[in-house]
Design a protein around this ligand. Structure first.
Ligand code: GLC
Length: 543
């Protein structure tokens, strides 16, 4: 570290700490910046140093202490007692303060990792469940304030629980300050996005781009009058994709990550990370630069806030997924954790087919992960289930890929004769025939239908299915992520469409409100199916 940099510290020990970390992570940071940005890497590194120094100086003492503790326990996310819980702040407890008042409930369940769904200030109206962020430095008004977030994080920390937040990297809301400036004609901010004057480039990209929301947001580009151009919008029309080939975007996100880390966020869920880098002639997912960007972001976080971990939300094929935990040069140097989407899909597939051959085949062919990383294992989450099962795997066990995927969609949408499941079709794509599925764990596993028929044996089977699925994720290894309400076997929320901004998106059917009456009543009564699920799940967690 140069003398000039040392002069930025009052305290020699602080300077030593920063210098040691910079020596450790600086080379990989620079290498990744060079891979992504070529000659722009060196000036960018100088800017990042300033951002890191500022964040280091303002990092609160208790978090610096946590940094030291984590450096002594680098496998903290791999401890067998780690149990995750995923909830919407408002649906779980109204506000951040409400969440704080319910921490004893989570403690009692054994939770050590709390993922609160997007809570940073979203755009008004439709906002993709909060994934259209207008301001990364403010909390959604009705949930509380940034100070409430820090207070909650501190309370969680004191109880041995980590706060996990979404970091939406691929896009911002069209109302975000950067987009507003771009629309007002500021060239600096226009360069934060992909805005094309005519259809030439969008059409060229579209030739190889899939559609994420073919139903309610077809295509990947949206005409914007103010910007006078076609804006890249992979997801909804109001979510503007960021141009990560612009080094300014990376610098902004280093600043945001460190700012939130200093507020007490311990794990960042890197939302839609597969989409960050665009390359003509490809599907613009899983490009090699994505891993360089992640390695650079992680190096910055390790230098300032080594307590922080990254979780990749890459819902991609196994051969692509493994790169998010790191292969070759990036081995163990990118995300610390990634969602195990295949495990989730295979669980539902074998539950429907009553056959584990495909499951066994797919999981045994799964690439091994770096030992310093872990899986996020789950049965349900806030998203739909897409049948990510490869033809190679189905063929190997004598099934047809398209046939099996068709069967699964029929089965879970309730169309297959004799099915126990009550789900909804999400995003039917007439071109590919894909039908994804929405529904709560309990409704997909048969409890809703069983309670309607009132047959005790059907109810019993549904309860056993729910516990079986949880037993697998709790035993598999990795961080089991319990999805709010599944511990009480909450059923589909068929009234979801009464909220106008949710009506078009049936993923809201499996985002019910927490049922506190049930949590305190029926869930304690072993004569109810909810009580059996709750007691069984607690037993599994304990085991
Ligand atoms: C992730 C989220 C999903 C959201 C999308 C766009 O896949 O899980 O809910 O729609 O990103 O941000």
């Amino acid at each position: 570290m140069t003398g000039a940099l040392r002069a930025a510290f009052d305290d020699d020990r602080d300077a030593d700490t920063f210098a040691l970390r910079l020596d450790r992570y600086g080379p990989e940071l620079l290498a990744s910046l060079q891979a992504a940005y070529g000659e722009q890497a060196e000036p960018l590194l100088a800017q990042l140093l300033e951002v890191m120094l500022h964040a280091y100086h303002t990092r609160p003492a208790d978090l610096k202490r946590l940094d030291e503790a984590r450096l002594l326990t680098p496998d903290w996310l791999q401890q067998p007692e780690t149990v995750g819980y995923v909830a919407y702040t408002d649906r779980f407890a109204g506000t951040l303060k409400g969440v704080q008042s319910h921490l004893p409930y989570l403690e009692d369940l054994g939770v050590t990792y709390l993922h609160l769904m997007p809570l940073l200030k979203p755009r008004p109206g439709e906002n993709d469940g909060g994934y259209a962020v207008q301001d990364y430095r403010a909390v959604r008004d009705d949930l509380g304030s940034m100070d409430d977030l820090s207070a909650l994080a501190a309370d969680l920390r004191a109880r041995g629980m980590s706060l996990v937040l979404d970091l939406v990297l691929n896009h911002v809301a069209q109302e975000h300050e950067w987009a507003a400036k771009a629309r007002a004609g500021d060239p600096t901010y226009r360069a934060y996005f992909y805005v094309f004057p005519d259809r030439t480039e969008p059409d060229a990209y579209e030739r190889t781009l899939p559609e994420v929301f073919p139903d309610f947001a077809p295509g990947n580009f949206t005409w914007d009058d103010a910007a006078q151009g076609w804006v890249w919008t992979t997801f909804n029309t109001y979510q503007w994709d960021l141009n990560w080939a612009n080094p300014d975007v990376l610098r902004e996100f280093v600043d945001i990550i460190l700012h939130l880390a200093n507020r007490g966020v311990e794990v960042f869920r890197l939302d839609a990370i597969a989409f960050l880098w665009k390359r003509l002639g490809t599907d613009c997912q899983n490009q090699p630069e994505v891993h360089h960007l992640t390695r650079a972001l992680r190096a910055c976080a390790r230098i300032v806030a080594p307590a922080v971990a990254f979780k990749a939300e890459a819902i991609v094929a196994p051969a692509d997924l493994i790169h998010y935990l790191g292969t070759r040069d990036h081995h163990g140097k990118v995300s610390d954790m990634a969602y195990h989407n295949s495990l989730m899909v295979q669980l539902w597939s074998s539950l429907a087919s009553r056959d584990t051959r495909l499951f066994t085949r797919a999981l045994s062919a799964f690439p091994p992960k770096p030992t310093n990383t872990t899986w996020g294992v789950y049965v349900r989450c806030h998203d739909d289930i897409g049948w990510a099962i490869s033809d190679a795997d189905t063929n190997a066990v004598g099934l047809s890929g398209p046939g099996h995927r068709h069967f699964l969609s029929d089965f879970y949408s309730g169309e297959h004769p004799g099915t126990f499941a009550r789900g909804l079709v999400f995003q039917f794509n007439p071109q590919t025939g894909d039908r994804r599925i929405s529904g709560t764990l309990a409704s997909l596993a048969g409890l809703e239908a069983a309670l309607d028929t009132g047959q005790p044996q059907a109810v019993d089977h549904a309860v056993r299915r729910i516990l079986l699925l949880h037993a697998v994720i709790l035993a598999f290894g990795g961080v089991p992520l319990l999805y709010m309400g599944d511990e009480l076997a909450l059923l589909n929320d068929h009234a979801f469409a009464d909220t106008p901004e949710h009506a078009a998106d049936n993923r809201w059917v499996h985002r019910p409100r927490m049922d506190w009456a049930r949590a305190q009543g029926a869930a304690r009564d072993p004569r109810t199916p909810h009580g059996r699920v709750n007691a069984g799940l607690r037993h599994l967690i304990h085991a």
